[in-house]
Design a protein around this ligand. Structure first.
Ligand code: SF4
Length: 312
């Protein structure tokens, strides 16, 4: 549901004081979200932005839309409930890598299986920034940031491969300091029908002295580490979702790309397939779900009969 006048990123800015650290990659992601929503022409009152706990959890404070700062690791179930209650809303969920791949890992997997039409953006910085920089689930074994007393003892998770295994239908990776490219990915993620997952490599200059702006800028022979899949001729789309061989081949291709790290790190869309969404499947079984929004049902707290009638 787009407006017929031109929105700008300014229309999605709030007056709330921003207390992220100077130079934090979160600023780039915030700017990309605001610009993407404006480009999509979405009226702010039709957008809901949920967050988990962490530095990224403050994002809804800074975006003029409906918003809700939820509990640690619980952003996806709350976003799922909101979407199910009002299918006409554009729902976005944001959180950090600790929030999403650690505390909320079970929800991360099951949101991928469900394929509800929403967008999940993870601010991936390798540390728990809000609690003084402990290593988070994406920090690889043996790495030690300046705030850690000793190197990480556990292996890091691979979010892209995890998302492929979970069944996400749109899987992409962006970089917080490439706002233009990230904006395009967020636009594509919101336009995708189904659960879109976007892992965003985010610099945390306060606690992560390993994955810095300079580190991303230059690897072997000072060559930029980050490259764009679309510029490398990579095709993420499953063209025939009814062909299991093509589906498996594309998934394996995406997983292979997800293990590129170090001197070459791919950005862009890794995998995309058009499949029926959860709500389409639910409406096919119970057509009334498509006629009346759950949020608009007249329920007074004692008489839940209208809800039961709808689900019959
Ligand atoms: Fe950003 Fe790190 Fe500061 Fe959090 S601690 S606001 S992630 S720079």
């Amino acid at each position: 549901m787009a407006v017929d006048y031109k929105l700008t990123a300014k229309d999605f800015k709030t007056e709330v004081h921003n207390n992220w650290c100077p130079g934090c990659g979160d600023f780039g992601i915030l700017s990309a979200i605001q610009t993407a929503l404006a480009q999509l022409g979405l009226p702010p009152h039709r957008v809901v932005l949920f967050s988990g706990i962490g530095c990224s959890g403050k994002t809804p404070h800074y975006v003029r839309s409906y918003g809700f700062h939820t509990l640690h690791g619980r952003v996806l179930p709350v976003a799922t409930g909101a979407k199910l209650a009002n299918l006409s809303l554009t729902v976005l969920a944001v959180g950090g890598d600790g929030d999403g791949y650690g505390i909320g890992a079970g929800y991360f997997v099951n949101a991928g299986r469900r394929n509800l039409d929403l967008t999940y953006i993870v601010f991936n910085n390798g540390v728990y920034g809000l609690t003084k920089g402990q290593g988070s689930p994406t920090l690889a074994r043996g790495l030690q940031t300046k705030s850690m007393p000793e190197p990480a003892l556990q292996d890091g998770v691979n979010p892209i491969a995890l998302a492929v295994g979970a069944g996400y239908t749109f899987i992409a990776r962006g970089f917080a300091l490439d706002v233009k490219h990230l904006t395009g990915l967020i636009v594509a993620a919101v336009q995708h029908r189904g659960t879109a997952f976007l892992d965003v490599l985010q610099t945390c200059p306060t606690y992560n002295d390993l994955y810095t702006k300079e580190w991303y800028a230059g690897g072997r022979d000072s060559q930029p580490r980050l490259y764009k899949l679309e510029e490398a001729g990579y095709d993420p789309r499953v063209h025939d979702p009814s062909d299991p061989q093509e589906v498996v081949a594309k998934k394996l291709q995406a997983i292979g790309k997800s293990y590129e790290w170090g001197d070459r790190i791919p950005l862009g869309v890794y995998y995309q397939v058009d499949l029926p969404t959860y709500e389409q499947e639910a409406i096919a079984r119970r057509p009334r779900l498509g006629e009346v929004s759950l949020a608009e049902l007249e329920i007074d707290g004692r008489d839940t009969q209208p809800l039961l009638d709808m689900l019959r």
